[in-house]
Design a protein around this ligand. Structure first.
Ligand code: HEM
Length: 430
């Protein structure tokens, strides 16, 4: 982190009005506002809809450094809010819940220990072995609407795919997975429902996971069987003789569900939308899939993440000591939000950043974060994203939007960016 002001940062930016953030227009297209911030106020203090004041970091170089800066803690205890405001800010982890002691809310050395333990269970190999199941799930979901000629791809495809996939991977029995679908739907407010429904869903999910972990622990065979589920792997994982406690295992299962669910919904939703609105790019991808090549699919999904990624802002960080980001002094206790979506469109880092180019190779985007909290589920997200997009394009070749893009509604959450619905049409097929 440099102590020198960024040379391109004008000192007079305070004279210019900052664009309105967190409005309906902003949720629909935040990129013009991010371009303004990158240019005029790259480290910008703002009041969030919850009332909390936080710094937004929007330039790629600053964002990348901030994500890896150990002086920025993930532990909400470092947040310098008056005590009476704590727990009312909407900052995850300020709510009193055992489930909140998870990877995204802790620092080394606890983070190092827990991440090492979960990495022993959640291996790239386990994810690779899971590929046939993801293909089967994808086909099964498309079968449900293929004869109809129309669908809402968020509710009928992007939403159920990751929840069933993670449930399967964790080892939640199939007969219980629809409960998870309902709880998760309530949690991201797809399902609407009564007031307090979200809190009740979290409680039910937690109760269910605690019981499942307990049952699996009782029945755990001495040696792992091939294809063992992830919860059993978590129970088995140990580090210098130290096991995860049942509480830690439950918090870990919960964060895998939580971190891996809405993100993947939005990767599939935003990615499909981008392809449907960029016909030349879509055609190139279809031609490459027809030749059974996988290279463009791989670079393409990375580019879709950069271009309109599921995670708009990285999760919270709090300064533990005075520091300078992009020439701006940050005081201890100040919350810092790294705006991944803004950094990934920085023209200082990416050529023609507002152009979707599925062949882009120099693409070290920040969509999965950076540093010690880099997304643990990236191999699974890539598998799901690549399978979902390639199967959709191959099975429904004349897939098209059934709504004017201007009418589509984006969810204006703080951390995530995604569509509420994605209505499509296509020629019915068996
Ligand atoms: C962390 C993005 C899918 C599990 C992160 C972070 C980002 C991210 C940006 C870092 C947040 C920060 O530094 O504040 C994404 C995107 C996904 C995705 C864009 C889909 C396209 C998944 C999946 C899983 C998962 C499928 C697991 C099933 C996690 C976990 C962390 C994490 C456990 C915390 C890691 C740590 O703190 O050490 N993800 N994620 N993610 N992600 Fe993902």
């Amino acid at each position: 982190m440099t102590d020198q002001p960024h040379p391109a940062q004008p000192s007079s930016h305070r004279d210019q009005p900052a664009p309105a953030l967190f409005t309906w227009e902003f949720a629909t297209d935040p990129y013009p506002a991010y371009a303004w911030l990158r240019e005029h106020a790259p480290v910008h203090r703002t009041r969030l809809p919850s009332g909390v004041e936080a710094w937004l970091v929007t330039r790629y170089a600053d964002a990348r450094q901030a994500l890896a800066d150990q002086r920025l803690s993930k532990n909400p205890a470092h947040h310098d809010e008056p005590a009476h405001a704590k727990g009312k800010t909407g900052i995850p982890g300020e709510r009193k819940a055992e489930l909140m002691t998870h990877l995204l809310n802790i620092d080394p050395p606890d983070h190092t220990r827990l991440r090492r333990l979960v990495s022993k269970a959640f291996t790239p190999r386990r994810v690779a072995e899971f590929a046939p199941r993801v293909r089967e799930l994808t086909d099964h979901l498309i079968d449900q609407f293929a004869r109809r000629g129309s669908a809402d791809l968020i509710h009928e495809f992007a939403f159920p795919l990751p929840i069933y996939a993670i449930c399967d991977l964790l080892g939640v029995p199939r007969e219980d997975q629809d409960d998870f679908r309902d709880w998760a739907g309530m949690m991201i407010r797809h399902g609407g429902g009564p007031r307090g429904g979200v809190a009740r869903s979290v409680k039910k999910m937690r109760g269910y996971l605690a019981e499942l972990i307990h049952k699996k622990r009782e029945a755990l065979p001495a040696e792992p069987a091939p294809g063992e589920d992830l919860i059993s792997g978590l129970i088995r994982a140990s580090d210098h003789g130290e096991h995860l406690t049942e509480n830690e295992a439950a918090a870990m299962a919960f964060i895998l569900l939580f971190a891996g669910f809405e993100t993947t919904v939005n990767l599939i939703g935003n990615g499909t939308y981008a392809l449907l609105t960029h016909p030349d790019q879509r055609r190139r991808l279809e031609e490459s899939l027809a030749r059974r090549e996988t290279e463009l699919l791989a670079t393409g999904v990375e580019e879709l993440l950069r271009f309109d990624g599921p995670v708009e802002l990285a999760t919270w960080r709090f300064a533990t000591e005075p520091l300078t980001i992009g020439g701006q002094r940050i005081a201890p206790g100040d919350p810092v939000l790294v705006v991944l979506a803004a950094a990934d469109r920085d023209p200082e880092r990416f050529a023609d950043p507002d152009v979707l180019d599925l062949t882009r190779r120099d693409n070290q985007h920040l969509g999965y974060g950076h540093g010690i909290h880099y997304c643990l589920g990236a191999p699974l997200a890539r598998l799901e994203g690549q399978t979902a997009l390639s199967t959709l394009l191959t099975r429904l070749p004349d897939l098209r939007l059934a709504a004017d893009p201007a009418e589509l509604r984006w969810r204006g959450g703080l951390i995530m960016r995604g569509l509420r619905t994605l209505p499509v049409e296509f020629t019915p097929s068996a």
